[in-house]
Write a protein that binds this ligand. Structure first.
Ligand code: NAD
Ligand code: MLT
Length: 317
């Protein structure tokens, strides 16, 4: 492994604590956002390491064009914007900050669940348009309803804990969840078919990978209860967006709340149609966008890179 890090390039907006901590340890920092690929490569050739959020894609051709690159620090959870195979093959260490933004992603998910159940977004919009429509926006109580949680890791568990507290029943599916653990956490242990069969609302908290791509699709949506609500604050592509739109239009899916999309920023006609659908609440990948999470992940990534770079052993890895 190539670890000596004297200069770092920051290519996405991360909390100011990141740059401050590097500088405190004598590491040179350059910050430039939104560079085209050729300019990014030129900058990376002058630096030992790069810090990214999700906008910068560290692809195989970038890694191969920059043999001096030693580390990629991802100020966030998902590493799907970094080609991990190319990084491994080229001896580039990839670090991330799992957990640093879990509470924020969880709280947005809970907000989405409440927003869907009480029509908060369309009702608010109707008032801005001068309407007073109490009948149209009547909702439903979460109390007693079943929430299916697909992916019972850090964020899935935080969501379950909060939704149990408001009286929902929670059924969880995760290949690594045991019956004993489910019982200890007060949730029902389910297989994926139980999620489709039992849930009034389904929330996804898995990484995007071949096993989870289009996990919710035309067939699995058809197995869900009529009126099911879908929440995705994990990754675009876990839910097949065209199938979701078709299901909303057919009246089978009752509504959806989406923070993440297979294309970001969205441009395709079917995605624009999806976010404009009256029963869809959409946000532009805001799961981790809180002051607290951004500062936490910014500092955590700098700490890890400084420890691996041999600048300090002050911070726990
Ligand atoms: P985590 O690793 O703690 O949990 C993911 C869970 O998914 C694991 O327990 C894993 O066993 C499970 N899993 C894997 N394959 C599965 C499958 N086929 N079916 C069901 N479960 C499966 O990750 P986390 O911190 O909870 O984050 C989850 C995802 O949320 C991340 O991968 C990231 O993409 C996304 N995320 C999004 C935002 C945002 O801004 N919207 C913020 C943070 C994280
Ligand atoms: C993550 O994986 O951490 C999220 O997508 C949030 C982010 O990139 O800011």
């Amino acid at each position: 492994m190539k670890l000596d890090v004297k200069s770092v390039f920051i290519s996405d907006r991360v909390g100011p604590g990141c740059e401050a901590l590097f500088k405190e340890h004598g590491v040179e920092v350059t910050t430039k956002y939104g560079l085209p690929k050729d300019e990014l490569i030129n900058e990376l050739k002058k630096h030992d390491a790069v810090v990214v959020r999700s906008e910068t894609k560290i692809t195989a051709d970038i890694i191969e064009a920059v043999p001096n690159l030693k580390m990629v620090g991802r100020a966030g959870t998902g590493t799907d914007n970094i080609d991990l195979t190319a990084a491994t093959n080229n001896g580039v260490v990839v670090l991330n900050t799992p957990g640093g933004n879990s509470i924020s992603a969880c709280e947005l998910t809970c907000g989405m669940i409440y927003a869907l159940s009480r029509n908060i977004v369309p009702a608010g919009q109707s008032m801005k348009e001068g309407r007073w429509d109490r009948k149209l926006y009547s909702g439903f109580e979460l109390y007693g309803k079943t929430l299916g949680v697909v992916g019972f890791g850090r964020i899935g568990r935080e969501v379950a804990q909060r939704m149990l507290a408001c009286g929902m029943k929670v059924v969880a599916y995760d290949p690594f969840l045991t019956r004993d653990e489910a019982k200890r956490l007060g949730v029902e242990f389910g297989h994926i078919d139980d999620i489709w069969r039992l849930s009034d609302m389904i929330t996804f908290h898995t990484p995007l990978m071949p096993e989870t791509k289009n996990l919710l699709n035309k067939d699995t949506l058809a197995r869900c209860k009529r009126g099911v609500y879908v929440i995705n604050v994990a990754r675009g592509g876990i839910v097949d967006e065209q199938a979701l739109l078709d299901s909303l239009e057919a009246g089978h899916c009752g509504g959806a709340a989406l923070d993440v999309f297979s294309e970001e920023p969205i441009k395709s006609a079917h995605l624009l149609e999806l976010v404009k659908h009256p029963r869809v609440v959409a946000t532009p990948h805001l799961g981790a966008s809180t002051a607290e999470a951004q500062e936490r992940v910014a500092v955590e990534i700098a700490e890890q890179m400084l420890v691996l770079g041999g600048h300090t052993n002050r911070y726990p890895l």
